[in-house]
Every structure is written in structure tokens, then in C-alpha cells.
Write a protein that binds this ligand. Structure first.
Ligand code: VGL
Ligand code: ZN
Length: 197
């Protein structure tokens, strides 16, 4: 059966790019390949979702409250904005996550739209069952999003050239990619996506 696809761009926000509050090494390197994918998918009328880390000013996710991260992506701040060089098409659906002070919010599947609709529910309602996923960071939000999506029965294709990891421990991103593939994700290049659409 042919699957109905969506593109999910995970957390490409100012704070995760160089000079941001929680900069992912080479995080801005995802911009060019993602823009290429965004053009391709919007030309094919594929729905586009953009998740964002959207934390309250005090969160147990942050170091000062027992978490492991410096404060980042605080709701409404400049650092929480999508990177200005990302060209989201009109109609892109924004999904916010990590909004409660007890919530790490790593998985975009647990995020909600501006109307409060959970992403998973919306994907089912739109009859979308394959997700193409890229963004930041490979070893946290991309990984948790992909593992959740696979558990929920979605097919997932990793846009490997359009993601980067934090690598708190060297090799974390590599291990994350391996875990996602072992859980059933597929990998794609620009050309393979082009012929699959
Ligand atoms: C993320 C660390 C903390 C991510 C979010 O988007 O991968 N990583 N918060
Ligand atoms: Zn976060």
C-alpha cells in the first residue's frame, strides 16, 4: 500500500544553532539540506510539520531545577524562534513541546498544535502514515520522536544529511542513528526521496 507522507522538521531553533543557548555543533549545517527538502516536499503538496522546544522559564529540564541543560528555547524568546534562514512553506503546522515545567518534551509526537491537538492525533486524522524526519538534535529530540513514531506504527525515513546531534558523549549521535534504524526506521538521501514521492 502506498503510504501518505509528511515532513517533520524537528527543533531547528536559534538556541540550538551556533551561538545559541544550547548550541548543537554545526547545527546550522542542517539549514541548506532542509531548505532543499522543504522545497521538494511543498512542491509535492506534502504536509509539513515543524516542532519546537517551547519551555517555561523554570523547568525541571534545566540545570538550575535538577535537569541537565542550560536554559534554552524559553517560550516567546528570540532563542526559541525558528532559525530565520529556514524557509517553511505556507501552511506549515507548528507543534510545540516541553511546555510543562515537569516535562523534558523530547518527543515531538507528544507535542501539540496551536489548537492543542496532539501531533499523533492530527497525523491520524490527516491519514498520514510516513514521516520524513530531519532537524536537531539527532541524539535527543530526533531520536525520541522517531522511536515514538515507530512505536505508534508510523513508517519513518531519516533524512540523515539534514540532522545533527549534541554528542554530550562522543558517539551519541552515531548510537542514536543505529537505535533508530534497529527500531525500523529507514534512511534516505535527497535522490531516493525524490523517486519515492
Ligand atoms: C533538545 C536537548 C534539550 C532537542 C531539546 O531538541 O534535541 N535537546 N532540549
Ligand atoms: Zn529542551
Amino acid at each position: 500500500m502506498k503510504r501518505r507522507s509528511a515532513l517533520l522538521v524537528v527543533d531547528v531553533q536559534v538556541d540550538f544553532c551556533p551561538e545559541g543557548a544550547l548550541a548543537v555543533p554545526d547545527g546550522d549545517q542542517v539549514l541548506a539540506p532542509l531548505n532543499r527538502y522543504l522545497d521538494l516536499f511543498s512542491e509535492a503538496s506534502t504536509p509539513v510539520f515543524a516542532s519546537r522546544d517551547w519551555h517555561p522559564p523554570a523547568s525541571k529540564h534545566f540545570r538550575e531545577n535538577g535537569g541537565i541543560w542550560p536554559p534554552h528555547c524559553i517560550q516567546g524568546t528570540a532563542g526559541a524562534a525558528f532559525h530565520p534562514r529556514l524557509r517553511f512553506p505556507e501552511g506549515t503546522i507548528v507543534v510545540s513541546k516541553g511546555m510543562a515545567d515537569w516535562d523534558d518534551g523530547y518527543s515531538a509526537m507528544a507535542g501539540v498544535t496551536e489548537n492543542g491537538t496532539p501531533l499523533t492525533m492530527l497525523l491520524h486524522r490527516m491519514a498520514l502514515d510516513r514521516l520524513y524526519v530531519g532537524g536537531l538534535a539527532t541524539d535527543y529530540c530526533v531520536k525520541e520522536t522517531v522511536l515514538d513514531a515507530l512505536k505508534e506504527g508510523f513508517a519513518v525515513t531519516l533524512l540523515t544529511d539534514a540532522m545533527r546531534g549534541v554528542d554530550v558523549q562522543p558517539g551519541d549521535s552515531h548510537r542514536a542513528a543505529k537505535a533508530m534504524l534497529e527500531a525500523g526506521a529507514e534512511e534516505a538521501s535527497f535522490d531516493s526521496v525524490l523517486s519515492a514521492l
